[in-house]
Design a protein around this ligand. Structure first.
Ligand code: NAD
Length: 286
């Protein structure tokens, strides 16, 4: 099993910044890249301030906190990923864009490096087909927010090797996570079940079954969910929910997975959820 000393994270949004934080706090060197330089500087600020807050709560020593901040290197140049041992990709949920990135990374990183994707739903086998190293491509699906949520779902593509699997599992455990393993089917385990529920909540709102507040309260109080499905959709990002529903619909071929027209309309209107200050609900602080 390969030793992981250095991690590359592509995508500095909600998920990528959380994954980079986990790796930095675990004592690993981290290279974080985003195609948008504003996102990259915002990610550095928010990671540093979250690490400060962990230190001030006494959950991490001052020295370890300072080391974690030093471990993080932000770069707008993917070529800086040459020496990393693993890349965890967390960019937009689009097969075409991810495949293009996997092809680029394959040409940049060293031959032994693993290419992992944090995709919520897209086939790992197909992402692997864009590289010359399908045995070193794997799904490493963190939950949102990565530093808080306990689970990492690991997905093996058709050609993922046992060694790639063991190294990835070991890394997730080093981050303090529990793992579950899924076969490479659309949406894997969590989103195969969660997204149709969220989509159904949009249908309930769309067809006037109840108000958004009552739909969320019904599911929180009636089924013991910590967040209602519409509130959760805003937390995940409505664009991400829409992309996952499209993957489920295309990959499983059943009309029950068709994205709800109201979800589509909100995405078209730019109401992407908490990250944009408006989704199903309005938020005063982003
Ligand atoms: N949001 C969630 O709750 C959640 C949970 C688990 C997994 N995911 C998955 O994680 C991935 C990222 O989701 P997110 O919510 O962090 O999205 P996000 O919109 O917050 O961040 C995506 C980032 O990727 C960057 N980006 C896009 N294309 C790029 C490219 N070619 N090269 C470099 N950077 C690029 C964007 O600038 C953006 O900053 C998606 O695949 C999503 O399905 C999301």
């Amino acid at each position: 099993m390969a030793e992981i000393r250095s991690v590359g994270v592509v995508g500095g949004g909600q998920m990528g910044s959380g994954i980079a934080q986990l790796a930095a706090v675990s004592g690993l060197e981290v290279w974080l890249h985003d195609s948008d330089s504003t996102v990259l500087s915002k990610a550095r600020e928010s990671i540093s301030s979250r690490i400060q807050s962990i230190v001030s709560k006494g959950l991490l020593s001052k020295e370890k906190g300072a080391e974690a901040v030093r471990n993080l290197k932000c770069s707008s140049n993917l070529e800086d990923f040459r020496s990393v041992d693993i890349v965890i990709e967390a960019i937009v949920e689009s097969e075409e864009v991810k495949k293009k990135l996997f092809g680029q990374l394959d040409n940049i990183v060293k031959g032994s490096a693993i290419l992992a994707s944090n995709t919520s739903s897209i086939s790992i086998t197909r992402l692997a087909s864009a590289t010359s190293r399908p045995s070193q491509v794997i799904g490493m699906h963190f939950m949102n927010p990565p530093p808080v949520m306990k689970l990492v779902e690991i997905i093996r593509g058709a050609d993922t090797s046992d060694d790639t699997f063991s190294t990835t599992k070991f890394l997730a455990e080093r981050f303090g996570k529990m793992i579950v393993c899924s076969q490479d089917f659309p949406g894997f385990i969590v989103n195969r079940i969660l997204m149709p529920m969220i989509n159904e909540a949009f249908h309930a709102l769309y067809t006037g079954v109840a108000t958004k507040e009552d739909i969320d309260a019904g599911m929180k109080l009636g089924t013991n969910h910590p967040m209602g499905p519409l509130e959760l959709a805003d937390h995940i990002g409505l664009d991400v929910c829409f992309s996952i529903m499209k993957v489920l619909h295309a990959g499983l071929g059943d009309s029950k997975y068709a994205p709800c027209p109201l979800l589509v309309q909100y995405v078209d209107a730019g109401r992407l959820g908490r990250k944009k200050g408006v989704g199903v609900y309005k938020y005063s602080k982003i």
